[in-house]
Design a protein around this ligand. Structure first.
Ligand code: HEM
Length: 405
């Protein structure tokens, strides 16, 4: 029998793309012992599982991974329970809430971070900007005290270390579990208080939301806020670092974006195709399913390799090239974050925050390019991607002429 590459090994983490190509070519459906799952890697197969037109798949069992650090979140729900929870939270991330309440939050949080380094001539885009910006945005959207943003960032770091802890480091596990307790001790009193003093913020919207007579409990809201650290923080963090890394590695495309800012949405979509922040998503088969000539038995875990599917040569020409001008990646409209890459998944669990992420990256990129017109990588630096389930550049030192010089 064919062996799946060890997707949990350091060699795979260093550069998964050759293994992705080999799987798409030779083993588009393969059993992986370590994760006890069937891995699929071709675009059509991953798209089919996400869309799930014939109700062949259900939510994977993410409890073991998410429960210890977040509690029960929307990602672990399925069926009607999931549909109701989505209807409760999704409106806060689109339409007038996004346009009127949260765009100003995004603008001011991005600017505050850029102001801290614009006069210095150098920065690390990852540690000075990308890891902070989306987390500050979430804290500010929730209407939390600015003085607590630092603590919020500490919990963020502990949560993503916990979720990425493939080697099972005991200290990282303990810090994740401690974070769950501290986060609850901090959030629950704030949620209770907010119920009596509703305002214009995201937390108030979540407290007041009601669908078919169902409302979220304090614990539900706390778990959702905790999930936002990972789902809304880590992903956007990595997307921003990756869009800049990709453009810095392709200076002629960076120059084009500088010149014509209307190319930013295409650069964002191509970044999500070429270097998606989330590389793997799990589902469970509800029935026996035929995929790429093989059979997945009922009740099996299926690992959908977004990172591999997005580079499927059956779907995209020259897939290993970053090209913001490619004509085979379609973005639907200015008001939608949907594109035909798979980075936001598709179907029932399609990313709730896709429009928010798009707004953050577009506003952030415009402000960064304004502040650093001659932005370039520090001499001799090559961005290195890190991570297996989620991936992005580890650091991104840049140089530029300081503002006012
Ligand atoms: C779901 C990616 C930004 C909130 C998802 C899923 C993916 C994804 C792949 C599907 C997970 C699954 O099916 O198991 C991304 C990427 C982002 C991003 C690549 C940035 C570029 C955000 C933001 C937020 C957010 C900014 C909110 C602040 C969520 C939530 C879900 C989700 C709540 C769960 C939806 C459900 O289960 O129905 N995201 N995300 N995401 N995302 Fe995002």
């Amino acid at each position: 029998a064919q062996q799946a590459p060890d997707i949990l090994s350091p060699e795979f983490a260093a550069d998964p793309y050759p293994a992705y190509t080999a799987m798409r070519e030779k083993n588009p459906l393969i059993w992986h012992e370590a994760t006890q799952s069937y891995i699929i890697s071709r675009y059509d197969d991953v798209e089919r599982v996400f869309k799930d037109k014939k109700s062949e798949f259900t939510t994977a069992n993410y409890d073991w991974q998410l429960e210890p650090v977040h509690g029960k979140t929307i990602l672990q729900l399925s069926g009607r329970e999931h549909a109701v929870r989505r209807a409760l939270v999704a409106p806060a991330f689109r339409g007038s809430d996004l346009q009127e309440k949260f765009l100003p939050v995004i603008e001011r949080n991005s600017l505050a971070l850029i102001d801290a380094f614009r006069e210095t001539g150098s920065a690390d885009i990852v540690s000075d900007y990308a890891t902070r910006f989306p987390v500050n945005v979430i804290a500010d959207m929730l209407g939390l005290d600015k003085a607590d943003h630092g603590r919020f960032h500490g919990w963020y770091t502990a949560v993503i270390a916990f979720l990425g802890n493939l080697s099972g480091d005991a200290e990282v596990t303990a810090a994740g579990e401690r974070t769950r307790r501290e986060f609850a001790e901090y959030m629950i009193p704030i949620i209770r208080d907010r119920r009596d003093n509703l305002g214009d913020d995201l937390l108030s919207t979540l407290c007041a939301a009601e669908v078919d007579g169902v409302r979220m409990s304090d614990e539900d809201i706390k778990a959702f806020c905790s999930l936002l650290l990972a789902a809304g923080g880590e992903t956007t963090d990595k997307a921003i670092a990756s869009i800049l890394a990709n453009l810095l590695m392709n200076p002629e495309q960076l120059a084009a974006v500088h010149e014509d800012r209307s190319l930013i949405p295409a650069a964002f979509a191509e970044t999500l195709r070429y270097t998606p922040p989330v590389h793997m998503i799990m589902r469970q088969s509800a029935t026996e399913v035929e995929v790429s000539g093989g059979t997945i038995p009922q009740g099996a875990t299926v690992t959908c390799l977004i990172g591999a599917a997005n580079r499927d040569e059956r779907r995209y020409g020259n897939p290993d090239r970053f090209d913001i001008f490619r004509d085979d990646l379609t973005t639907t409209s200015a008001f939608s974050a949907a594109a035909d890459h798979l980075a936001f998944a598709l179907g029932r669990h399609f990313c709730v925050g896709a429009l928010l992420a798009k707004a953050e990256v577009e506003i952030g990129m415009n402000q960064l390019l304004d502040a650093m017109p001659d932005l370039r990588l520090a001499d001799g630096f090559d961005p290195v991607e890190q991570g297996v389930f989620t991936r992005g550049p580890q650091s991104l030192p840049v140089r530029f002429t300081p503002a006012g010089a």
